[in-house]
Design a binder for this molecule. Sequence first.
Ligand code: GNR
Ligand code: NI
Length: 179
Amino acid sequence: MAILEVLHYPDPGLRKKAVSVETVDESCRILAKDMLQTMYENNGIGLASTQVNVQKRLVVIDLSEDKNEAIYLINPEILTSEGTGESQEGCLSVPEYYDTVMRAERITYRYQDLEGKVIESEADGLLSVCIQHEIDHLDGKLFIDYLSPMKRRRLRKKLEKQEKQEKQEKQEKNQAKIL
Ligand code: GNR
Ligand code: NI
């Protein structure tokens, strides 16, 4: 198993649209397990393949306290949605930022499991929110896209500044090693 690198906004990789998984095979299962481990390592409740720079329609979710109720969603799609409600969200690709967005309250959805079996189910509450958030990732969309342009711009500037600082610190550390 491996911990994968999670892309951070505004990395252009987060805007790519993932393509359907044609056959659920061993390589798909390995990627799913690596994604799960990466999600646990980062204390997330969900992760979409787009976030680890793989453009396949694959999502992992685990809402349990004990990190032992993993759900694997291959080619997930929302069939119906009902109601709207506020949801307080964060994202591993937008570190240390939380905000309120509107989501459908209840959904029915379809996906394939790790054996390729097609499953239809329904969700509300956090699971519903999480599935919507992850499918958005597969389509190149982030929860901050639902915020006002002003809020998003301010956030982008802040994150770009942070990223620049981190890069510089890394460089200085490497320089110190060379000297
Ligand atoms: O860890 C996560 N928490 C979360 C909280 C509210 C709504 C959605 C999420 S998903 C997020 C992990 C993540 O970035 N998945 O793409
Ligand atoms: Ni996210």
